[in-house]
Design a protein around this ligand. Structure first.
Ligand code: NAP
Length: 648
């Protein structure tokens, strides 16, 4: 089992070093660590207490005097702890931890969330999302059960770790040359994560090493490399190998998966279960624009970055203004002679002052040395991102201003986001009309900003054209109004074929039914994980599991992979050969899924273009419930939801 970074000890003898590091500490997290070290909860009765919580705010809105007082007190607690041999007092009770949670975030933490948070924090050092199978399932049963995982990204690596822990033979088929998925592919300048990294990493892995709060792509990709080396599972990955298709053989209850090697040769692998870990955003989408093939310069998608092409001194056209363009444009603007950004729809953004900030040495020291500090830091990031913003995305049908917002909280959010944009540009800027979105906030992905996007758009060499592109010529790009712009290079920051789950693979289930045909325009799975007619087939980060109001996809994936493992375990325990979701269970779930989405913002008529929805405007990608539900509903694999059969 993996060890998180909460083990006490290793406090240096140099008091000055400690005091220096504490200058950078998150004081609320430091207070929690002090309670663990001293066992003294009276700190929570004192006058100094965090005043509130907000996303990316790690000091609880404490004033400087209060922070200095806590630092002084902390130094004494740490010295005592060290000088007594770093022996922890008995751990706080669950009731005390709940109190600590509420103290830290200065608000109620409903009791229903506490078990989920305790699991995420692993304060007792136990990774509850894995399971020791040794005692329950014989070694031979495990050895004979084979699994193929499609994709070695965030979920594929996790599935591999869990399968290895369970002692199940498996192979991960990955089309790229290494692991990381989205973090392997998206190498465009400026690519970085936008969920804080101390949360955006596996819950059971140490998190004190991140160099930035929102690290850049190479560091993220390295993280997944390090994981497969640490767990000694690299040999289970077949890189530069692509799954062409897979079909379920009802006669023997096995999957036959056709793979294509890098030399073009194909072979068929047999397994008892098939796990798709291909995610949602891995097949670039390039719009079909008239004349695009006639363009004479370099033209490529943001996720297929051509590093041999230099933009220095060139006229560059960026088509699209979503999350990728948002990170890319400021970087290109500094190098290109002229940069034209074609924006079909403006984005809502919120301020994140630490978006590009380094984690200071003192902060890293606290994360590494202070008992449980990292775990509380994870909680501090997670809590405001969990379900706090959910209601902002629920449509109030009686709200009178449906063209601009969908409920009162949404209107407030609109004002807050608008103020942020206005504050940067000033009231007279002609950019204002172009960059303030005309749809309610949260309707599309909300972007994080530290000012770089609007600064880039205000540069003399940058022009924002708030029109779609309708035509491309040999050296030109033409926008909807018929205006033509010169371009030497075109970058398509136009997103992914998100609604085409598992495309272009040919996955066939019972009665040779193709998954693509069963799904049609509306990919769907029970809990986003299992599909009727497709026994022993599991999806991670599948339809209806993405997040657009908060959270972290890694949390969702950890929930899903646990569920998948429980499904496999159920199969082995019962001794049957196949397990498939009951059609009526799926239908009931899907009906509730649709009903919930009908109340959410992502299908709202004011949202014109969105990759969250299919051609009929139905949202197939996102989880429409609270994050708590994802955890509750995937916590146990309810065998009553499934048909178990014997094929052989
Ligand atoms: P995206 O959000 O789908 O943005 C695509 C952009 O291309 C949009 O501005 C879209 O305009 C435009 N576009 C698409 N088709 C077009 C057409 N035919 N003509 C003109 N414009 C067109 O794609 P993305 O920026 O690559 O981001 C996709 C997702 O990847 C994000 O939502 C996020 O989940 C993930 N991502 C995450 C990060 C991060 O964590 N840091 C960074 C990048 C991406 P419309 O808005 O009008 O459709």
């Amino acid at each position: 089992m993996a060890a998180t970074d909460q083990t006490p000890g290793n406090i240096p003898n140099d008091d000055a070093e400690i005091a220096h590091a504490l200058e950078d500490a998150s004081i609320p997290c430091l207070m929690m660590s002090m309670i663990h070290m001293s066992g003294d909860c009276s700190l929570m009765d004192g006058p100094i207490r965090p005043q509130g919580v907000f996303i990316n705010e790690y000091q609880g809105f404490l004033d400087e005097d209060s922070k200095a007082t806590i630092r002084r007190q902390a130094l004494e607690v740490i010295k005592r702890f060290r000088d007594n041999g770093c022996v922890l007092p008995p751990p706080p009770s669950t009731a005390t931890i709940h109190r600590m949670m509420e103290f830290l975030v200065a608000q109620e933490v409903p009791a229903a969330y506490v078990p989920m948070l305790l699991e995420e924090m692993e304060l007792d050092g136990e990774d509850l999302r894995t399971d020791n199978w040794n005692e329950q399932i014989s070694a031979s049963a495990r050895k004979d059960f084979k699994v193929i995982v499609i994709g070695g990204g965030v979920s594929g690596v996790l599935a591999a770790i869990r399968l290895a822990e369970a002692g199940i033979p498996y192979v991960v088929i990955e089309k790229n040359a290494s692991v990381g998925g989205t973090w392997f592919e998206n190498r465009y300048p400026g690519a970085r994560v936008d969920v804080a990294n101390h949360l955006y990493c596996y819950s059971f892995e140490p998190a004190h090493h991140w160099s930035q709060y929102f690290s850049r792509q190479p560091e993220l990709q390295r993280y997944f490399e390090d994981c497969i080396d640490k767990y000694e599972i690299r040999d289970n990955f077949r890189f530069e190998t692509e799954v062409v298709g897979a079909s379920y053989d009802e006669n023997c209850g096995q999957w036959q998966t056709t793979i294509r090697n890098s030399d073009g040769s194909e072979e068929t692998l047999t397994s008892n279960a098939l796990i798709s870990a291909v995610g949602q955003l891995n097949r670039p989408s390039i719009p079909d624009i008239k004349g695009a093939e006639s363009f004479s310069g370099a033209a490529f998608h943001s996720a297929q970055w051509d590093s041999s092409v230099s933009v220095a001194g060139k006229k560059v056209a960026v088509i699209g203004s979503g999350a990728s363009a948002f990170q890319l444009v400021p970087e290109l603007a500094a190098e290109a002679a002229e940069l034209t950004v074609f924006q079909r729809t403006a984005n809502w953004m919120f301020e994140n002052p630490i978006y590009h900030e380094q984690v200071s040495a003192g902060k890293k020291w606290c994360l590494q040395h202070l008992p449980f500090y990292t775990r509380w830091f994870r909680f501090l990031i997670f809590w405001p991102a969990i379900d706090g913003a959910y209601d902002v995305a629920v449509v109030d049908p009686n709200w009178p201003h449906q063209d601009r917002s969908i409920n009162e909280a949404n209107e407030f959010t609109r004002e807050m986001f608008t103020d942020y944009i206005r504050g940067q540009l000033g009231e007279d800027s002609e950019l204002l009309d172009k960059v303030i979105p005309d749809y309610p906030p949260m309707g599309k992905r909300t972007l994080q900003d530290n000012g770089t996007w609007l600064k880039a758009l205000q540069r003399d060499n940058v022009e924002l054209i708030s029109e779609a592109v309708i035509e491309i010529g040999e050296h030109t790009v033409t926008s909807e109004s018929g205006t033509t712009f010169d371009a030497d290079i075109i970058i398509y920051a136009t997103g992914f074929k998100a609604n085409k789950f598992l495309w272009p693979m040919n996955i066939r289930g019972c009665n040779d039914v193709a998954l693509a045909d069963q799904w049609g325009n509306e990919p769907a799975a029970y809990l986003g994980i299992t599909v009727p007619n497709f026994p022993n087939f599991f999806l991670c980060y599948g339809p209806g599991t993405n997040l657009a109001f908060g959270g972290s996809i890694i949390f969702n994936i950890e929930c899903q992979v646990r569920y998948v493992m429980e499904g496999i375990k159920a199969l082995l325990e019962t001794g049957h050969t196949s397990v498939a979701c009951k059609p009526d269970v799926f239908e009931d779930y899907h009906r509730r899924f649709r009903a919930q989405h009908a109340q959410m913002i992502w299908e709202h008529p004011s949202i014109k273009h969105s990759f969250y929805t299919n051609e009929e405007g139905k949202c197939t990608l996102l989880w429409p419930w609270k994050i708590l539900q994802m955890w509750e509903w995937t916590r146990e694999f309810d065998r009553n939801d499934y048909h178990f059969t014997d094929n052989a």
